[in-house]
Ligand binder design. Structure first.
Ligand code: GLN
Length: 478
């Protein structure tokens, strides 16, 4: 039975169809593992078996396949805490569109996955529910902010999970945990029911073991939704249909030269990315070196825009409309007390910085310049995609780091978003694939990035890569 713990959705679907395992047994297996691996702190709440199986849809492309949901995506009648004390008792009154679509395709929801508070972080250390640990090395972080969702898949607690992306929160933890992490084109997956952090950047993303499984989950959740005004007019489609073992004919893949030679990139990550490129070249792709100079300003631009939008979005948590309230004599004192005790340090710092960069005296220097960089990166990525079909960058500069490593050195945190945030600024899709391990057995990721709505091509290339390599089949010993 334990053979199924690390199985793909594709394998599980066959096993369920052939009745080699029942949906009930599968749920019990994962619940058992979640119980045994509680020390990873990946799960905030495991739902009861009865409630997982209640009213489930028996048919659909994910029939009977359980997964975990990041705790900032609304599931009707369940708590959605965003890893924060301010929402620790908040119950959602409706399903996010991604959830209702998964539900109608037969998917099962095992529980709520831990995350950095309001999706703010790169390590899984800012959650009010405590640090999440990396199953490959429990002294290390799993990355973030979708820390629990990544660990759930990496540790064999489920074959898929949902996370959210504002600046890399699915791809980065996927890389640090040795699994596949995908961020769709902005507007392809509805944000309805995803608690907002930086609305112009936010997208729901997918974790799984294989590109095929990611394509399958995306097929269930993608497509236009009238509830989200930024939703694209794109219909539903089956992204698994066109997947073949071979790379598309005449494919040109770009390597971003300045990204490969960026200061601070870990040499073993650089090498593993170059090795993966060689595999793609041997499989028939033409490799071309390109440069995207605006990358150097993206982490700073992301820093400003995300804080500005966070400051506006989080003003709704005022003790009146949502979540917990600390009663005080005056309205102002109630706001103060509620927000002071409800939010953690990282969230408060971001709200303050966001209000600062938007303030009358500073918006010109900070916010407006950040928007200019955003337009620049969009343009340079469009230009890059005229020369190549897709391009490649590492997902993260360093492998999984020790818990607490950045406590006194917040500045270096910029390194965290260098490779991922430009993709959110540009609104394009990207996938992080496992492409190797460091000498001390920490997973390494590589991103495939394409123009807007190039999901199918990204999946075709990623899937072909996974037919020739076996990095995605490695599992931690837990
Ligand atoms: N590391 C980034 C941050 O802390 C990414 C967050 C995200 O994508 N939600 O802002």
């Amino acid at each position: 039975m334990n053979n199924y713990a690390f199985a793909t959705i594709q394998t599980l679907k066959k096993a369920l169809e052939k009745k080699e395992i029942s949906m009930q047994e599968l749920v019990a297996l994962y619940q058992d593992r979640a119980q045994k691996l509680q020390s990873l702190n990946a799960i905030i709440e495991s739902f009861s078996t009865d409630s997982v199986l209640k009213n489930h849809e028996p048919k659909g492309m994910l029939a009977g396949i359980p997964g975990y949901i990041k705790d900032n995506i609304c599931q009707k009648d369940r708590i959605t805490s965003c890893g924060s004390n301010i929402l620790k008792n908040f119950r959602s009154t409706y399903d996010a569109t991604a959830i209702s679509r998964l539900r109608s395709q037969g998917a099962l929801f095992l529980g709520r996955a831990n995350c950095d508070e309001f999706a703010m972080g790169s390590s899984g250390e800012t959650s009010a529910y405590g640090v999440t640990y990396n199953p490959w090395n429990q002294a290390c972080v799993p990355g973030g902010s979708s820390s629990g969702s990544a660990v759930a898949v990496a540790a064999g607690l489920a074959p898929w999970s949902l996370g959210s992306e504002t600046g890399g929160s699915v791809r980065q933890p996927a890389a640090l945990c040795g699994i596949v992490g995908f961020k769709p084109t902005y507007g392809l997956v509805s944000r309805y029911g995803l608690v907002a952090y930086g609305s112009s950047l936010d997208q729901i993303g997918i974790f799984s073991r294989t590109v095929y499984d990611t394509a399958l989950v995306l097929s269930a959740i993608a497509g236009n939704d009238a509830h989200d005004s930024s939703s694209l007019s794109v219909g539903a489609q089956d992204y698994t249909k066109a997947l073949t073992d071979k790379l598309p004919q005449g494919l040109t893949i770009g390597v971003v030269d300045n990204a490969m030679n960026a200061e601070g990139l870990h040499p073993e990550i650089r090498q593993a990315n170059l090795d993966a490129l060689q595999v793609l070249e041997a499989a028939g792709a033409t490799i071309k070196y390109i440069s995207i100079p605006a990358l150097e300003y993206c982490a700073a631009s992301y820093f400003i825009i995300s804080r500005a939008e966070a400051a506006s979005n989080l003003s709704r948590f005022d003790g009146v409309r949502y979540g917990s309230r600390v009663s005080e004599k005056t309205l102002k004192d109630m706001y103060n007390a509620t927000r002071s005790s409800g939010f953690g340090t990282e969230v408060k710092a971001r709200i303050m910085m966001g209000n600062y960069v938007l303030s009358v005296g500073h918006a010109k220097d900070f916010y407006e310049n950040a928007q200019k960089v955003r337009r620049l990166i969009q343009k340079q990525m469009e230009d890059a995609c005229k020369q190549v079909d897709l391009f490649v960058m590492p997902t993260h500069a360093i492998p999984a780091f020790k818990v607490g490593a950045f406590n006194d050195n917040k500045l270096e945190m910029d390194l965290q978003d260098y490779y991922t945030a430009p993709i959110n600024l540009a609104g394009v899709p990207a996938i992080s694939l496992p492409v190797g391990f460091t000498k001390d057995n920490k997973p390494i990721g590589m991103q495939l990035i394409g123009p807007r709505l190039s999901e199918q091509l990204i999946f075709n290339v990623g899937h072909a890569y996974q037919q020739i390599t076996d990095w995605h089949t490695k599992t931690p010993s837990c």
